[in-house]
Design a protein around this ligand. Structure first.
Ligand SMILES: C[S@@+](CC[C@H](N)C(=O)[O-])C[C@H]1O[C@@H](n2cnc3c(N)ncnc32)[C@H](O)[C@@H]1O
Length: 745
């Protein structure tokens, strides 16, 4: 197969580059390559087969033989080939799709193994030896030859291990033998592992070992040894695997009796052109004694072992966190942010977890929940830029038995009865809010005056003869009953406020932060913000205990919830698995605390990336204490980091949840928790819905526009509404047109 000169030079440079990665210089490669090209009559596929195996073989053979096989730099009687092998310094390490036709083939040459399982020269399809310039292998070797041969042997090892790892010198991932359930998930909805209950095949988790029929015990003894050696070469430790039926070791010893030594450990990392990055741990076990343990049990056991070995670990240490950190490092190294990362990782760690951990630590020390961008410096700003990237690349994985991964008091399962076997889009589960970057949430204990707390109280404030100072916000009466429910009158008023906003007190900013973020130079007039009813819960400066009846939201989710696929076109939704009386706290809407400016920028970015935000404005106190500064006009966005609140679908007017602002750590109305309570009795398996309060005619909302499919007879955003809207518009403009159907979920 002939090649054009330009094409030939590109291929030659690639060959030189590939050899360089094996430690072979350009000077060593060039003459051999020229001869090989001649000999193969310009058939580059033979040279490139098996990642340039023939070329490498020929070079090693030549070194072992003490010089060119034919006694000179050129093939006898041939003119030197015109190969331009100058250094370009821009050799691509990873092939692009356009390179497909020139990609080194792995199919033409066949690796042969002799009866001792030693590799012999590859053969091309035509049966010719792939290293024809090589010496007679029967000749005795000199010390130089031995060195060259051992290098060659090393290279052969690398090539043989290619069966079990990605190619050594080209960073193109090879297809991996993965569990089909996982493949389904990765293909259909990146980042999830959905174990189908319907399938009879053994289910597996990401990072699970292959099922017994695929375990490396099926490879020959020779292969096994080779893999073991490969691990030892890399100085990788061996793992002990404890059978699942043995007693779980909770940090008191290794419980060895039943433990088998894992003979080898192989760590692979591969990326695909779609942006999926996969790391895998592989090791061999005796399948007859092995039962797959639960991933959580494995993580727990490793954490216990780490604790035993290192004695002291940070309180928020977790193997999952460590693995997330690994993903983050891959992303940062892979996206050439190494230098920034090296300084950041020591100080702030990875995006989500460490940021969250910092918030928690700060909270515990009574420091402001978050620092301003200027205080936190450039490290934080880079973090903010990178954590969404990390999300899109590392694709967080859902655990369908508990989407919160243990972050909540209760397990929240994922159910998809539609048969599509998909999972919700990936996001980081975070049970409480955390500042993204610039938002200013001042949480100073000193700012909580005696009128905002009850240091004199003891036990349960609700049982005290008189209401404490924390009830001041609700008119001197607690909003909660002794059963922990919001009082019906309170709920009804919140519902009515949402349903008939025009009948309730609204305030108008002089220059509204929302409008300012849209157009700083000449903001439009404020459209008004409802003066909402707040609940003020007791908190750390209060004398009561955690079981005090005036602490409901801060104790977290108590009822059994499930994320399910709502088939009517509304995407994923949230439902209760319990009967819930009116006034029950269901969950809060947790997310990143953003300034409106940040939200605006993100909304634009997300529109471009076809990723939409689900923000909630924290605007209930915007105009009460003068004009809020940009960094104080806040909102919550659960798109990338959030809790189950992000799954609550909208229902016009007769939704069964009411949203109530709840103050816990901050007495002002700038920052508060967005809490959902049942506004009526809800039966088990009923979908939980909330009226987003959307004005479906306002096309400037920072939320993805959608055609409402709530099914309520009071629906304000359904198809009929859109048709009416269109008719109105055509009456005004005099054009008859079709209704514009806005994109659903
Ligand atoms: C906060 S999310 C709710 C969870 C969402 N269904 C999901 O699958 O992630 C809001 C989005 O859900 C969809 N949605 C919520 N309520 C809806 C409704 N009544 N009709 C149609 N789509 C709805 C819209 O796409 C909306 O942008």
């Amino acid at each position: 197969m002939g090649s054009s000169r330009g094409n030939r030079n590109v291929r030659a440079r690639r060959a030189v580059k590939a050899m360089k990665l094996l430690g072979i210089s350009r000077e060593q490669t060039a003459p051999v390559l020229r001869r090989l090209v001649e000999l193969y009559d310009d058939n580059w596929q033979l040279i490139e087969a098996e990642s340039y195996r023939a070329l490498a073989d020929a070079i090693f053979d030549e070194q072992a033989n003490g010089g060119p096989a034919n006694g000179g730099d050129q093939v006898q009687g041939q003119e030197e080939l015109d190969l331009e092998l100058e250094e370009t310094g821009t050799m691509p390490e990873m092939f692009t799709p356009e390179d497909d036709d020139q990609r080194p083939s792995t199919s033409l040459a066949v690796v042969r193994k002799d009866p001792d399982n030693r590799i012999t020269a590859p053969r091309s399809r035509t049966g010719s030896r792939a290293n024809p310039l090589g010496p007679d292998p029967t000749q005795a070797a000199s010390p130089t030859q031995t060195r060259a041969l051992s290098k060659r042997r090393q290279m052969q090892m690398q090539m043989m291990d290619g069966d079990f790892q990605q190619p050594v010198f080209l960073r193109e991932p090879k297809p991996e033998p993965v569990d089909m359930d996982a493949v389904d998930c990765l293909n259909v909805q990146p980042g999830l592992i959905h174990r189908s209950r319907k399938r009879s095949a053994p289910s597996s988790e990401f990072l699970a070992l292959p099922p017994p029929e695929q375990t490396p015990t099926q490879i020959s003894e020779g292969d096994k040894n080779r893999t073991t050696q490969h691990c030892r070469n890399r100085e990788m430790p061996t793992l002990s695997v404890e059978p699942a039926n043995s007693t779980m070791n909770n940090g008191t010893g290794s419980g060895d009796g039943n433990v088998q030594e894992a003979p080898c450990l192989d760590v692979d990392i591969a990326s695909s052109p779609r942006g999926d990055v996969k790391m895998s741990l592989k090791f061999c076990i005796d399948p007859s004694k092995f039962h797959m343990p639960a991933l959580e049990a494995v993580l727990k056991m490793v954490e216990d072992k780490c604790l035993r070995s290192h004695k002291v670990l940070p309180p928020d240490f977790s193997i999952r966190g460590l693995m997330t950190e690994m993903c983050q490092c891959v992303v940062q190294l892979g996206t050439k942010h190494t230098a920034e990362h090296n300084t950041q990782s020591d100080t702030v760690g990875n995006g989500s977890l460490s940021e969250n951990a910092i918030s928690r630590k700060r909270k515990a020390r009574g420091e402001p929940l978050v620092s301003k961008g200027s205080e936190s410096g450039p490290a934080n700003s880079t973090l903010a830029q990178q954590h969404h990237l990390a999300l899109s690349v590392s694709k967080t994985i859902h655990d369908i038995t508990d989407i919160s991964k243990g972050e909540e008091n209760v397990r929240i399962s994922i159910a998809d009865e539609s048969g599509r076997e998909k999972c919700p889009p990936s996001f980081y589960y975070m049970p409480t809010n955390a500042v993204s970057q610039n938002a200013l949430v001042s949480m100073f204990l000193a700012k909580i005056g005696s009128e905002d707390c009850c240091p004199e109280c003891f036990g349960n404030c609700l049982s005290a003869p008189a209401p404490c100072a924390c009830a001041r916000e609700t008119g001197g009466e607690y909003a909660y009953t002794l059963d922990g429910l919001v009082k019906p009158a309170f709920i009804d008023e919140c519902v009515s406020m949402n349903r008939f906003p025009e009948e309730h007190h609204r305030v108008f900013c002089k220059t509204c932060p929302l409008e300012r973020s849209r157009n700083k130079a000449s903001p439009e007039p404020c459209r008004g913000h409802l003066v909402r009813k707040f609940i003020k819960e007791c908190w750390s400066k209060c004398g009561c205990n955690m079981q005090c009846g005036n602490r409901v939201v801060q104790r977290g989710i108590r009822c059994n919830l499930q994320v399910f696929f709502a088939e009517e076109g509304r995407g994923w939704g949230l439902r209760t698995l319990d009967d819930l009386p009116k006034g029950t706290f269901v969950c809060e809407y947790a997310g990143e605390i953003l300034t409106n400016t940040e939200l605006h920028e993100r909304a634009i970015q997300n529109m471009q990336n076809a990723r939409y935000t689900h923000p909630i404005l924290l605007d209930a106190g915007w105009c009460s204490g003068g004009e809020p500064k940009d960094e104080e006009a806040l909102c919550l966005d659960g798109t990338f980091y959030g809790n189950v609140g992000r799954f609550i679908n909208h229902r016009c007017c007769d939704a069964n949840l009411a949203m109530i602002p709840v103050e816990v750590e901050t007495p002002d109305h700038q920052y508060y928790h967005v809490a959902f309570f049942t506004s009526k009795k809800v039966e088990a398996f009923e979908e939980l819905t909330w009226d987003y309060g959307i004005d479906f005619d306002d096309e400037r909302q920072p939320m993805k526009p959608f055609e409402c499919l709530c099914g309520s007879r009071y629906c304000r955003g359904g198809r009929r509404h859109l048709l009416r809207k269109e008719r109105r518009r055509s009456r005004v403009t005099g054009t008859a047109g079709r209704a514009e159907v806005l994109e659903g979920c």
